[in-house]
Design a protein around this ligand. Structure first.
Ligand code: 5GP
Length: 116
């Protein structure tokens, strides 16, 4: 069963978040527990729990995640210095919130891609 998460409440503005971008397809807001000077989550407004649930008709919204990531990187001043995009999937991927989301992390030299 597909259950809503706290991210649906953020999209609907039922709980506060530092939203940096929103449109009809995606919403982007600062992570509550930032791991880098810039740590923003970009999520589809539509609930897609994990990458495993992606369907061909989701191509537009998933492409929008990257378009918005590139825009945010410029706005955050990290486009040239560099940044990392991460999408975790399920337990071994470290996914905690089951509403697909792209992390954009930057603003400092990031460590190795995998810590363990
Ligand atoms: P995951 O491990 O699922 O890829 O990442 C979930 C992310 O969501 C974590 O980095 C966590 O800090 C963030 N997060 C969880 N709950 C909230 C919340 O209520 N508000 C915000 N802004 N971020 C959240």
């Amino acid at each position: 069963m597909t259950e809503e998460t706290i991210f649906s409440k953020i999209i609907r503005k039922e709980i506060p978040a530092d939203i940096v971008y929103e449109d009809g397809l995606v919403t982007a807001f600062r992570d509550i527990n930032p791991q880098a000077p810039t740590h923003i989550l970009i999520i589809p407004n539509k609930l897609i729990p994990t990458v495993n649930d992606v369907k061909p008709e989701d191509e537009l919204v998933l492409g929008r995640l990257f378009v918005v990531a590139a825009k945010i990187a410029v706005e955050e001043g990290i486009a040239e210095s560099g940044y990392r995009l991460i999408i975790n999937c399920n337990k071994d991927g470290g996914q905690e919130v089951f509403h697909l989301h792209m992390h954009i992390l930057g603003g400092r030299k990031l460590g190795p891609m995998l810590s363990s």
